[in-house]
Design a protein around this ligand. Structure first.
Ligand SMILES: [Mn+2]
Length: 250
């Protein structure tokens, strides 16, 4: 456990918020794994804020093949900071949406055989992101598990629904009005998410409901994905310490 110091709001806490666990130590009912918890030491009359190691929901995964060399670092409890060095600028613009709207910190370093086309590199970034999120999400105890979002961008509207089910599955319906956005082949949107679900072990339903601009269509999908990820990956305080499945495992 790591002592992360005292919080200003501590003065407002009432003893009735806590239960006695030890003779001189009182700990909150809040077992939310992604949040600090409070500890009162009667002997010195001080509240201390502790964070359990489970609260660290970060991961770094490197995946190197003959087709691509990729390192992804993710922090599920981030602030939306993104840092990219890849040969696919449009994908960077899209992953920026995941970070910003998912409130995850995302660092993606990639090289690949883009002299052929972007296919391997885009798919492999999706795979590596999936691996990193699977590692960062941990044992899923106390997890909201399900997430969904509708996101519009002018005339375009997309819906993304996800479930940290432990099983890979992608259902994607999107009729893009153009084959390319700039130099980006829009078919690779599916390849990215297929790679992601195969390794994040999530069920993912993606629907572009309408749109007449392919850039907007793809962008609403990535933004809705970020929002759905944020909801699904958030801890549910009422489910603290509980596996969100009647199977007892996910
Ligand atoms: Mn855009």
């Amino acid at each position: 456990m790591q002592n992360i110091g005292l919080y200003r709001f501590i003065d407002n806490l009432k003893p009735t918020h806590f239960r006695i666990l030890l003779r001189d130590v009182i700990i909150t009912e809040d077992r939310n794994v992604t949040r600090p918890y409070l500890q009162y030491t009667a002997r010195i009359k001080k509240w201390t804020v502790w964070r359990t190691p489970m609260a660290d929901r970060t991961a770094t995964v490197t995946r190197n093949t003959l087709e691509s060399q990729i390192t992804v670092t993710v922090n599920l409890d981030g602030t939306g900071q993104a840092n990219f060095a890849t040969p696919v600028p449009f994908l960077e613009h899209m992953m920026d949406q995941i970070a910003r709207h998912g409130l995850v910190d995302l660092d993606v370093q990639a090289t690949g055989d883009t002299h052929i086309d972007d296919h391997h590199t885009v798919e492999d970034i999706g795979i590596t992101l999936g691996m990193a999120i699977a590692e960062a999400i941990g044992d899923k105890k106390g997890l909201t598990r399900y997430g969904h979002a509708y996101v519009p961008l002018d005339e375009a509207l997309s819906r993304v629904v996800m479930d940290f089910s432990g099983r890979p599955g992608l259902i994607m319906k999107a009729d893009f009005v153009r084959s390319h956005v700039g130099g980006f082949d829009v078919d690779l949107t599916r390849e990215f998410f297929q790679g992601f679900v195969n390794h994040a072990l999530v069920s993912l339903h993606i629907d572009n409901l309408r749109g007449s601009n392919a850039h907007h269509q793809v962008e609403t999908i990535f933004k809705a994905f970020g929002r759905a990820l944020r909801m699904a990956a958030t801890a549910d305080e009422r489910m603290a310490g509980v596996m969100p499945s009647t199977k007892g495992t996910l």
